[in-house]
Structure formats: C-alpha cells, structure tokens
Design a protein around this ligand. Sequence first.
Ligand SMILES: Cc1cc2nc3c(=O)[nH]c(=O)nc-3n(C[C@H](O)[C@H](O)[C@H](O)COP(=O)(O)OP(=O)(O)OC[C@H]3O[C@@H](n4cnc5c(N)ncnc54)[C@H](O)[C@@H]3O)c2cc1C
Length: 426
Amino acid sequence: MLSAALLRAGWRVSLCSDREAEDFLADRGRPTACLFGDQVEYEAELGLDFWPEAPRMRRIHLDLATDDGAVAFAVDAPLRKPALAVDQRLKFWRGLRELRGRGARVTVGRVTGADLEELAATHDLVVVTAGHRSLTGLFERDPARCVHTEPQRRLFMVNVHGYDTAARPEHEEGVFSFLPGTVEVFWVPFHDKDVGESRSIVLEAAPGGRADRFCRVTTADEGLAVLKELVDELLPHESAFLGPARATSPVTWIKGEVTPVVRRPVGVLPSGRHVLGLGDAVVLNDPLTGQGANNATRMARFFADELTAFDGPYTPEWLAGRFDEWWERGRYTNEFTNRMLAPLGEAQKELILAASHHPEIAERLWEGFNDPASLAPWFFEPPATREFLARCDVGRWDVLRYKLGVGARVVAHKLFKRPLNGPAAP
Ligand SMILES: Cc1cc2nc3c(=O)[nH]c(=O)nc-3n(C[C@H](O)[C@H](O)[C@H](O)COP(=O)(O)OP(=O)(O)OC[C@H]3O[C@@H](n4cnc5c(N)ncnc54)[C@H](O)[C@@H]3O)c2cc1C
C-alpha cells in the first residue's frame, strides 16, 4: 500500500519481493489478515480492491462460553463499516502485477543486508516491510514499548468450506467464541484463492490449557479433526456448523506462536546508511485482535502522507520523530491487544456484559478493531469504564442485574442441562 500511495504521489518506486507474482499463488496458506473498515476504504482509495465478490463482514457475534460448554451470554452488533478478509496469496499476486503496471521497478529475489546497502546508496529512502521473519535483526528491540518476552497464545488457523450455516445463522457474519482463560476462536468470512467464500478459523489457545492441542498437527485435515473434537468438547453449540466443514486446500492452515515485540523503526547498516522499518518488521502483535495487517496499513497510510508532504532529507532523526508521532495513536493497538491477552479486569467484564444488553455499546467495542485508539480511555481505565457506562445509562444496579441474569442461566444449565444458547434475558 505504501508503494501504491507513493506512486500515486508521483514518486519513483523500486519494489523488491522475494517472490514473483505467480509464486504467491503457489504459496502455502497465509494468515487471515482481515482488514477493518478504514483500512478497507484506504485499500479501495488506492485502487487495490479487486475482489467485489468477496464476503464482507458486517456484524460480529461474540459468545462468552463457560467451562462446561454453555454460552453464558452473547454480544451481537454491527460494525460501523464492513471488514474484509481476502486471501493474501491473491492480494500479493495481483498487487505486485498492479504496481509493476503503475510503474514500480520490481526486482525479484530475497533481499540481503548487502542488497540493502546498495539500495540505500541509490535511493532517497529504503523501507523494509519484510514481516517478522526476515531482516528484523536490523531493528533493535525497544524495551520501553515491549510488554512481553514470550508467546502468550498457541495459534492454529485453518480455512474451511462446506460448513452448515443453516445450523447456526450467526455465521452469515463474523463469530467470535471466547472461553476465558482457555481459548478464543475467530470465525471470519473469507475469500479463499481456490474456493471463494469460506471461513478462516483462527484459534488462540492459552499455553498448557485445555485447548492447547495443536502442537503435533502436521496437516490441515489433522488440524481440522483436532478442532472439531475441541469444539465438541468446549464449544458444542458450534459442532453442527463445523461438523461437515472441510479444509479449503491441504496448504491453507498455520500453527505457531508469536512473541510480541516493538522495535526501533530506524535500522543502521554497516556503512552507516539507514533504513526505515514498517509493519510486522517493527510492531509485531499476537493476532488475537486481528491487528497486524491493519496496523501495517495504518503505518503505510501515515508514512505515505508524511513522506509526500516533506521534501527530505529523510534522516534517521526525522524518521524516528515521525514514528513517535505515529505511536501516539499506534500504541493503542498494542494496548488493546495486550489487554485482551491478559485476563479481563472486572471493569472490562462489566463493559462486555453491558454490551450484551446494549448494542450501541457493542458497536463502540467493535469499532476498537477498526481504530483501537477509539477505545481510549474507557476500555483501558476502570474509572473511565464506569463513567462511560454511566453515560450510556448503565448503572451499578443494572450491572448487578445483568450478572444475576447470567448467574441464573449458568445455574439452570448446570442443574437441568438447559441450552443457554438463546439471547440473554433482558
Ligand atoms: C493466524 C494469523 C491470523 C492473522 N489474522 C489477522 C487479521 O485478521 N487481521 C490482521 O490485521 N492481521 C492478522 N494477522 C497478522 C498479519 O497477517 C500480519 O501482521 C501482516 O501480514 C503483516 O504485514 P507485513 O506487510 O508487515 O508483513 P507480511 O505480510 O509478512 O509481508 C512481508 C512480505 O515480504 C516478503 N519478504 C520477506 N522477506 C523478504 C526479503 N528478505 N526480501 C524480499 N521480500 C521479503 C514476504 O514474502 C512477504 O510478501 C494474522 C496473523 C496470523 C499468524
């Protein structure tokens, strides 16, 4: 996106990719990378929206499950603007061809440190957006902005089709299933390279917990079988939907873990020349809140505007200064993700419970996926949460009433095994 924005502004752009466009099509499955509203719009503004047929996610339905397989309560509300998840194999294939067509000089081959020296000597600015697996050694860890030193979740992703939406119509849209302390599962409408409309399922298991069972999985089918077993046991209300599902291909799955990190954005090469890092190369979060590709897009947009408004030179000080400016809002992505990775505080639990009764609160919460800064301060600071709830006409007694309602439902489920999957009582 940065290349597209700079080309639009009349810059000459050299783009280095470790793969030719067609190689992306033959690649293994890539992350879900669902973009939320503003980022979808920016992509379209740059003329990079090539999949009008792709399913849009217009609502999110969140189920909060209990340890014995019941749904304690649900939150359901529209997103302010649709979200969109298109297979990155398609996006990178089409994007590279498109940028070449718009005049970018594309070089194919894995960029090395020596290549960066040459590029830095011949360009006004070199931007490294190589993700979190390559060239990150260039960018020093920034301890002041890091919270974690080890992975907080074990991840499994598989893209599926053939599921039974009629068995659970909530799956026409996005569904999130949380079993606090054990697992979060995201069922995201997805446009798959081979089958088109599908669902990308991302599972985040607490390490060592009941859902942490994908370590030995070696194929998509094995992983999906483990997922089905897990759903039968922990989220049985999803069994009928998932039962008939098949993987969209043998390669559309991922397992692993992420150690979140924030790095300094300017890397210095042995010659003393410098490069700017953006995206996962600099800010890497756990995908729990689906922010990596959104954040990379926000960075691209911010830096495209800053770079084109300034004649240079793009010194390390200037670049680091712009990054600090970006971080003033960008840090909320990390705060949101880190908050969700930790056990929820009492105020946040009350907020989510209130959202199950007040769709307008839920809508504000969902807007956090699009713009995490919009959650400040009311999602992060308990006194601000209580003020926010009061402004939404939710008082202490209301919260107590909602809690009693959930308690009664859970007890009824335990005593009579009554299904709890219907809407919460008012
Ligand atoms: C299971 C899972 C689900 C996710 N879901 C979401 C989600 O729903 N929403 C969201 O926003 N984020 C999500 N993410 C995170 C998201 O995928 C990443 O944060 C995002 O793709 C990062 O973008 P990037 O451009 O920085 O790097 P990448 O997308 O990794 O792109 C880097 C590119 O650089 C190329 N490259 C690498 N090294 C070199 C080299 N040396 N020379 C030349 N080219 C090179 C690679 O081939 C690649 O094309 C998810 C991640 C995972 C693991």
